[in-house]
Design a binder for this molecule. Structure first.
Ligand code: ADP
Length: 449
């Protein structure tokens, strides 16, 4: 629940930030593209105006048909004043709605053209009309032919002023289309970003969640395991008779062992956490350098290690009416780098498990193989015991996991194999369990040499 809420909060935050960035850049892009659209539009108008004024200069007489053709070609409305007088062409029916505006613009042009400053300026300018004057034409272009006027005036003795009005509905349609497209694309982008943020934060949180869940499982497992010996110690202490002293001692030793195992695992977790090393991933150099405090690496002979373990556990097996066998290859084996005590601990865990999970007359075999081609050393502990179902083969390496918790003696906390796996992985190796042919389990540890 906590992680679900955290996930949603992170998703919201991540999506908001990325959307804000997206909106900002979209807005910037949109304004640049709108400006470009406007520039193109005015350029095209200027081009039409230049073409028309150029054609006018070529004409000796202005005919209705010529002017109408020009209007059709450019899609603009043409108004003309000859020496201050409007031409009759201005009074066409199609011009009527714009006549007043055209007159105003012409007067305005006359006023500005009279000033020398304006006379120097460009042949063309754009006037934006206020909304009240809006008659389907929002921005009105007026082209003034100051240069051409002079030329015409000189050539033909008349001053001709051309006003070209271009409805900019096409421009506004393009503008609207562009804005709608942008809004739609931005919405799609926001949706994609939200999905991305959800998946991204989910991935980000998953190692933290896993770690949290593992910690919880570890704490609950540990408390559960500590409760039993504590209860025994308490009840024995209350009973007081001297014969319970031994029970108290045994239980305290058991608790001590459990605490030792938990400390080893939690020290590894803490190293991993601080060096940012994933649980079963490749260890980083920081993790490796910190491990030197935890391991005492030395060059050792693997067959001697196996022999020592065999000798120390043989009697234990015999006492339980079981047989511990040792199989070593005849050829000499390469030396390996490892922590002697930890590797002994690994072998003891595997052999003691094998002893626990085989019946009477059980046979446990310790063996060693060297695969020269792959450069691997295979250390095997096999038994002919109860075996492990396939679906449990991975789970048994988890902390406090037991296949059948009802069937265990007090000495089994469910931490043995997780410690075994940690030890093997600390040595750069892997551990797996397979079925022994004919029944039972075989634990195979693979080490690089
Ligand atoms: P435990 O302390 O309970 O033995 P481990 O982590 O060593 O915990 O083992 C986890 C579980 O794996 C055990 O509870 C047991 O069910 C199963 N297991 C381990 N070794 C063997 C084996 N040699 N044969 C059958 N089952 C085994």
């Amino acid at each position: 629940m906590l992680f679900k809420r955290l996930h949603l909060q992170f998703t919201g935050l991540c999506a908001l930030i990325t959307m804000a960035i997206l909106a900002l850049f979209s807005y910037l892009y949109l304004s640049v593209s709108e400006r470009t659209l406007w520039e193109n539009y005015t350029l095209s108008f200027q081009h039409d105006f230049d073409a028309l004024s150029g054609s006018l200069e070529q004409q000796n007489t202005l005919t209705y048909s010529f002017l109408l053709r020009m209007e059709q070609n450019s899609g603009c409305l043409i108004f003309l004043w000859d020496n201050g007088k409007p031409l009759s062409f201005n009074r066409l029916e199609s011009h009527a709605p714009y006549m007043t505006m055209a007159e105003e613009l012409y007067q305005d042009y006359r006023a500005t053209a009279a000033s020398p400053r304006h006379a120097q300026e460009t042949d063309f300018y754009v006037i934006s009309l206020s909304d009240e004057l809006n008659m389907g034409i929002r921005n009105i272009y007026i082209g003034q032919m100051s240069a051409a006027e002079k030329t015409i005036a000189l050539q033909k003795g008349q001053g001709l002023v051309l006003l070209m009005l271009s409805p900019n509905t096409a421009y506004h349609r393009r503008l609207m289309q562009q804005r709608v497209l942008f809004v739609l694309l931005s919405l799609a982008g926001c949706m994609a970003l939200t999905v991305f943020a959800y998946l991204f934060t989910g991935r980000l949180l998953s190692p933290i969640r896993e770690n949290h869940e593992r910690q919880l499982a570890f704490i609950s497992g540990a408390s559960h395991e500590l409760r039993t010996p504590l209860a025994v110690i308490l009840s024995s202490a209350e009973a007081k008779p001297p014969r319970f002293e031994e029970t108290i001692r045994t239980e305290a030793l058991r608790m001590g062992r459990l605490v030792e195992e938990m400390l080893f695992l939690s020290r590894l977790d803490s190293l991993r956490f601080h060096s940012g090393t994933p649980r079963h991933g490749k260890p980083g150099s920081l993790y490796k350098s910190q491990l030197t405090h935890l391991l005492h690496m030395e060059e050792l002979e693997p067959d001697t290690l196996l022999l020592d373990t065999y000798e120390s556990l043989e009697q234990l097996a015999l006492r339980q009416d079981k047989k511990l066998a040792l199989q070593l290859p005849s050829e000499s084996l390469p030396r390996m780098n490892g922590d002697r005590d930890k590797l002994r601990q690994l072998l003891e865990i595997l052999v003691q498990n094998a002893l626990s999970y085989t019946g009477e007359d059980g046979v446990i075999t310790l063996s060693l193989e060297h695969n020269a081609s792959s450069g691997q050393l295979l250390l095997k502990v096999s038994d002919n015991g109860i075996g492990i179902p396939d679906e449990q083969k991975d789970k048994i390496f988890e902390r406090f996991y037991r296949v059948d918790s009802a069937h265990h003696s007090k000495d089994h906390f469910g931490l043995g194999l997780s410690i075994a796996r940690e030890i093997v992985e600390l040595h750069g190796g892997t551990i797996r369990v397979t079925d022994t042919p004919g029944g039972g389990s075989t634990f195979v540890c693979q080490f690089p040499v």
